[in-house]
Ligand binder design. Structure first.
Ligand SMILES: *[C@@H]1O[C@H](CO)[C@@H](O)[C@H](O)[C@H]1NC(C)=O
Ligand SMILES: *[C@@H]1O[C@H](CO)[C@@H](O)[C@H](O)[C@H]1NC(C)=O
Length: 767
């Protein structure tokens, strides 16, 4: 009895704390707010934002130009934190969300490079959706004071050494653009087809496509991203670096773009009006805010010497079209920049209109957000069974089987003894990659393998992933005595991360020795698992029959250990395919600072589209326990005509038309549908991504055209022996164009081939 008396008031207190509404403006209990137009939900968002900005003093305005924006209590506007991160789940990084309340963890999806390997844009959409929902759940629970997330990272994974390549969807611009669209629509609360946000619905959360643009070097042999000046040709800009951002804005309708640290052709991205205002806002129709990467503005003066004073740097970015500075630089130097007339109040007003418009679109100026759409999302929706199942599915669908000689895998579930060796076998944190938060659960590969073979013997093998010291004798002794050996090796954040690029593509330290020695000692060929974001040169293993199978597991997230064990023991049929080219070690002779995509004398080029050297594994490589066959449906010869009277002749006498000069109509009409029959000829049901490429008959022979380019990808689930037809739509302007020397997209006349696996379909294009 007396216990109850004590408990009840406590419960009551918790209830009150729990149900306090999250930060918001325009509280109806504050009578003043009834007079503010910015609180009127019947008015247009731009009018509301304009009303708010017009009420601010100059000092209040300046205070809002940084990521940690203070409240404006006299107007009932709370503080706001622009910076939160959600690359593959709500992350620790970014001060706008915290895990010290009811919500102590968030679903940790695979690191993006592995998620990309599923080639399944609907899955990407659902992950974005789940992350946005968890973000809202945390906000509603009072564990966030921002709803703006600085993800996805959609820079092209141009160089295999890049420490942040793990954060991206890979090296293909089309695929990266599709990832951006799917993730952004999901996170922002849009529908998969992008209609919901267009019709004016509230945003679930705000996504940010970064880092604009041509940013993909962190720290390599003394060159840092803070001072790197990327020399980018017009052709590469138009065909490689810009398309993902264009798609993110035009189709994804992202509400944020982040400008990068890097200078592009001499101009810091955050200070380039041509990029920010002319291209993003003008040509692409961006509606949202432009954030700087953290401290990028100070670098413009302090490290790059591009601006001659603090005030010049402030003027440069605000006049270029940047709206908010991650850091405190604009807070410190905008007042003097105004006094020195380096910037005008109207430049500041423009930035604030963009910023407040997004806060209003997030539903944070409409009274208590828990009474609005998305208001009923709660901590129960964070780490929900559905989200955790999705994290597991994404890991299953992403993991790539690189080699499987003599069908070594899957291992029989009745294997009586198993040795698990390697520094990544029992490393929980490594599974998550960077920009992670606290995962809902932790299951290491070792834990999950022991779910199949209870007394699996484990040895770490190396002191750490760097593997300066390896206990090879011990590993050999264990390997010799087991029926099967699984080596779980690779990289971690000590080898590749933000601010750290690699200088070698081989496995660190004594890993290779350890693997080879264990493989030599083992009774049967061993299984090598690589946990890493960027590719490694494992040609020693591809060429060694004692290493029967190789699996790439990326950084597979909170459920990755389980997915990996399921694949090894045949409870899941792998279907992932590599989203990047795996280059040999000799690629390190290429300067990472060389931004050229196309090959040239003494330069092999980059990515599957242009690289001309030897490969360890190709972009799109991925085996399965089933064999799939493809056949184009027989069609009369496929022809696409443009009938352009303005067609031109290029230097090698190929007729071509400029996409930009073509009527939209002509582009829209010049499309064809092709059908491929896909058959699962294996013994196991599986989900299989089908990749379609196109190549011009001249391919990459002259270094101008890509060897081939991805024009479509779709997944299909087929049971054993089942076949199905898949339809792809090929648009002349969208899929068969390339950039010419001056960065204009052109369509060339001639014969093209569409390919899926070994199957080809010729296609004739007349311009
Ligand atoms: C949780 O962390 C945030 C941000 O650091 C802080 O503002 C808040 O007071 C903390 N809450 C609790 C309950 O400790
Ligand atoms: C272009 O010309 C071809 C051949 O004369 C004709 O069959 C086709 O319909 C024309 N296409 C368009 C879009 O006008």
């Amino acid at each position: 009895m007396s216990q109850l008396v004590i408990l009840l008031p406590l419960l009551f207190i918790f209830q009150v704390v729990d149900s306090a509404p999250p930060p918001h403006a325009c509280d109806p209990s504050n009578p003043a707010t009834k007079l503010y137009q910015f609180c009127r939900t019947d008015l247009q968002i731009s009018n509301r934002a304009h009303d708010l900005v017009s009420r601010l003093t100059v000092d209040e305005k300046i205070s809002q130009l940084v990521n940690t924006a203070p409240g404006i209590p006299r107007l009932g506007v709370p503080a706001y934190e622009w910076w939160s991160e959600a690359l593959h789940g709500i992350a620790y990084t970014g001060p706008g969300t915290w895990f010290n309340g009811t919500v102590k963890a968030a679903t940790s999806f695979p690191q993006v490079i592995l998620t990309a390997a599923s080639f399944d844009s609907y899955e990407w959409f659902r992950i974005g959706q789940a992350i946005g929902e968890e973000a809202r759940g945390m906000y509603n629970a009072g564990q966030a004071n921002g709803m703006t997330f600085w993800a996805p990272n959609i820079n092209i994974f141009r160089d295999p050494r890049w420490g942040r390549g793990q954060e991206t969807p890979g090296e293909d611009p089309t695929m990266t653009g599709s990832y951006a669209v799917a993730y952004v629509r999901g996170l922002q609360g849009d529908s998969f087809d992008g209609r919901k946000v267009l019709s004016g619905a509230h945003l679930q959360a705000s996504a940010c496509c970064k880092h604009f643009t041509a940013y993909d070097l962190d720290r390599w042999k003394g060159v840092t991203r803070y001072v790197f000046n990327a020399q980018v040709s017009l052709a590469d800009m138009a065909e490689t670096y810009q398309p993902p951002f264009k798609k993110c804005v035009e189709e994804g309708r992202a509400t944020c773009i982040m400008c990068a640290y890097t200078r592009v052709n001499g101009i810091p991205s955050c200070a380039d009006p041509n990029l920010l205002t002319h291209t993003v806002r003008g040509l692409w129709g961006f509606r949202g805010y432009i954030a700087s990467d953290c401290d990028a503005v100070s670098l413009i003066y302090e490290a790059q010497g591009y601006a001659k004073s603090h005030e010049d740097a402030v003027g440069d970015v605000l006049k270029a079209g940047m709206d908010v500075n991650c850091g405190s630089y604009l807070q410190k130097h905008t007042k003097s920049a105004l006094q020195q007339k380096k910037v005008s109040e109207s430049d500041i007003d423009r930035a604030l209109l963009n910023l407040f418009s997004v806060r209003i679109r997030l539903g944070l100026f409409n009274g208590d957000p828990t009474k609005l759409p998305y208001g009923n999302i709660s901590p129960k929706d964070v780490c929900s069974p559905a989200h955790e199942a999705l994290a597991l599915d994404a890991a299953r669908n992403g993991i790539v089987l690189l080699k499987n000689n003599l069908k070594l895998l899957p291992l029989s579930k009745s294997s009586s003894s198993l040795a698990v060796i390697g520094p990544n076998a029992n490393a929980a944190r490594t599974l998550l990659g960077n920009y992670a938060g606290p995962p809902c659960k932790t299951v290491t590969p070792l834990d999950a393998l022991r779910g199949y073979v209870k007394n699996a013997v484990y040895h770490q093998g190396c002191d750490a992933v760097v593997c300066s010291n390896a206990d090879i004798n011990q590993a050999v002794a264990i390997a010799r005595n087991a029926d099967h050996v699984v080596l779980i090796m690779g990289l971690d954040q000590t080898q590749e991360k933000e601010d750290l690029d690699r200088v070698s593509l081989t496995l660190p330290g004594k890993q290779q020795d350890l693997i080879t020695s264990a493989a030599n000692a083992a009774k049967k060929p061993v299984v090598l698992v690589l946990i890493c974001g960027g590719p490694v040169d494992v040609s020693f293993a591809t060429n060694n029959d004692k290493i029967g199978s190789i699996i790439w597991a990326g950084y597979p997230g909170e459920a990755g250990g389980i997915a990996l064990a399921e694949i090894i023991f045949g409870d899941h049929n792998p279907g992932g395919r590599l989203p990047v080219t795996w280059y040999p070690q000799s690629f390190v002779n290429v300067k990472m600072t060389d931004m050229r995509m196309r090959s040239a004398t003494g330069y092999p080029g980059r990515t599957y589209k242009f690289y001309k050297g030897p490969k360890v594994f190709e972009f799109g490589h991925g085996l399965s326990y089933s064999k799939y066959s493809y056949r184009f449906k027989n069609l009369p010869e496929t022809k696409l005509y443009l009938n352009q009277s303005k067609a031109l002749l290029n230097s090698d006498s190929v007729r071509y038309a400029l996409v930009s000069e073509m009527e939209k109509e002509a582009c829209n009409v010049a499309k064809t549908k092709v059908t491929v029959t896909v058959e699962n000829q294996g013994e196991m049901a599986g989900k299989h991504p089908v990749l379609m490429f196109a190549r011009h008959e001249r391919g990459g022979e002259d270094g101008k055209r890509a060897e081939k380019q991805l024009v479509g990808f779709k997944s299909i689930v087929l049971s054993y022996g089942e076949k199905a037809e898949m339809e792809f739509e090929i648009g002349l302007c969208e899929h068969l164009s390339r950039a010419n020397e001056v960065g204009v997209m052109v369509v060339e006349e001639g014969k093209y081939f569409l390919t899926v696996g070994d199957s080809e379909l010729p296609l004739t294009v007349n311009v």
